[in-house]
Design a protein around this ligand. Structure first.
Ligand SMILES: Cc1ncc(COP(=O)(O)O)c(C=O)c1O
Length: 366
């Protein structure tokens, strides 16, 4: 099978579909913008690569000044380490012998940091790392109000003591993801909620320090809270991911970063005057945060999807002039889960294809 890679210079409307189109100028400017904001706030950037799943983008973030990347899963981390990313944090629990062995394996080629919340897991990590003669960085996940994972300050003190005494482990600090606040549309509410969450996180850091243990890393933030969390005294780094491309959901929160991502499809059927059928479907765009926003044609709307079809309502005469073979462009509501469906980004500058960017982290959920 020959892979479809367009020739550089191909006009965007001639790209084969369905495809993800990334405006390279906008994505690069988003990377620079977060880094500049972090520099100004005096915090580090450790971008979450669960959004882009691609070493191409991780290297651009590192070149802009990021101190490493986050990966949600060991499988994503393997992709990043293989591509030469020198430091990877997994701000999630890595559970089970098989995954821990892979994590320890990665520590031979990169500095690895992993989150924990349970004493047994600390023992398992320590046993595997010390048996391999490796060193794993460990951070404790604090529940800052999202009520997903993580312990409270008292639990963190106990774990920190255990980690410090565990061979093969290096206690690096703590993290807390304020995921319950990042997409809040109202800025003042978002700020109040995020600051409450960060008070829990920095309070836990203070408790650990009061027990005589150094806390170097205090890691937090999603895209929606970068400029709130980044200003909280005691937070040392931001782990935002979505800012790189933005998606329809985040664009309803703010436009601090530009919209770089779209999914392009082709009209394959025009049997009804008021509707067009295009060649993208649930296998090329996600719907977990709702139906995509229409970019072009303007007076049209995504109505429904099946696996490989999407029905588009055409709302005025101009939209109804759409013909079989014409292109339709939409912005997915959730970038991360859409990107995970594709093998390449089609990188475009000034409306012309520049390069295909592989997404080797797609589907790496183990
Ligand atoms: C642990 C963790 N950190 C950071 C993020 C940041 O995400 P975003 O910038 O996409 O809001 C996420 C998102 O799911 C996350 O789970």
């Amino acid at each position: 099978m020959t892979e479809y890679i367009p020739l550089p210079g191909t006009p965007v409307e001639e790209l084969d579909t369905p495809c993800i189109v990334v405006d390279l100028d906008i994505a690069e400017s988003n990377i620079a913008k977060l880094q500049a904001a972090a520099n100004e706030m005096g915090v580090d950037v450790r971008p979450h690569s669960k959004t882009n799943k691609s070493p191409f983008w991780a290297h651009k973030q590192l070149a802009a000044g990021a101190i490493g990347v986050c990966c949600a899963k060991v499988g994503e981390a393997e992709v990043m380490v293989e591509a030469g990313v020198p430091e990877v944090m997994i701000p999630n629990q890595v559970i089970g012998k098989r995954k821990i062995a892979r994590l320890v394996g990665l520590a031979r080629s990169a500095r690895m940091i992993v989150a924990v919340e349970a004493s047994e897991n600390v023992d398992d990590l320590s046993g595997a790392a010390s048996a391999a003669g490796a060193e794993l960085g460990v951070i404790i996940e604090i529940n800052v109000g999202m009520n997903r994972c993580g312990v409270d300050g008292d639990g963190a003190v106990e774990l920190a003591k255990q980690i410090v005494a565990s061979p093969g482990l290096r206690f690096d600090g703590i993290m807390g993801y304020e995921g319950h606040t990042v997409a809040e549309r109202d800025y003042e509410t978002r700020k109040t909620n995020a600051e409450q969450a960060m008070a829990i996180l920095t309070g836990a850091a203070d408790q650990i320090r009061a027990a005589g243990i150094d806390v170097k890393i205090v890691s937090a933030a999603g895209t929606g809270t970068y400029n709130i969390t980044g200003r909280v005294k005691g937070v040392t780094e931001l782990q935002c991911g979505s800012y790189i491309f933005m998606d329809g959901d985040y664009l309803e929160v703010f436009n601090d970063f530009g919209a770089a991502l779209s999914v392009m499809s082709t009209v394959i059927s025009r049997q009804q005057d008021n509707f067009a059928i295009v060649d993208m479907g649930l296998k090329s765009i996600s719907v977990d945060r709702g139906l995509a926003d229409m970019i072009s044609p303007v007076n049209a709307e995504v109505v429904s999807h099946s696996e490989e079809h999407t029905k588009i309502a055409l709302k005025d005469a101009e939209a109804r002039s759409l013909k079989v073979g014409d292109k339709v462009s939409v912005r997915p509501k959730h970038g991360d889960t859409t990107i995970n469906l594709h093998e390449y980004y089609f990188g475009v500058r000034n409306g012309k294809f520049e390069q295909a960017i592989p997404i080797p982290g797609r589907g790496k959920f183990r």
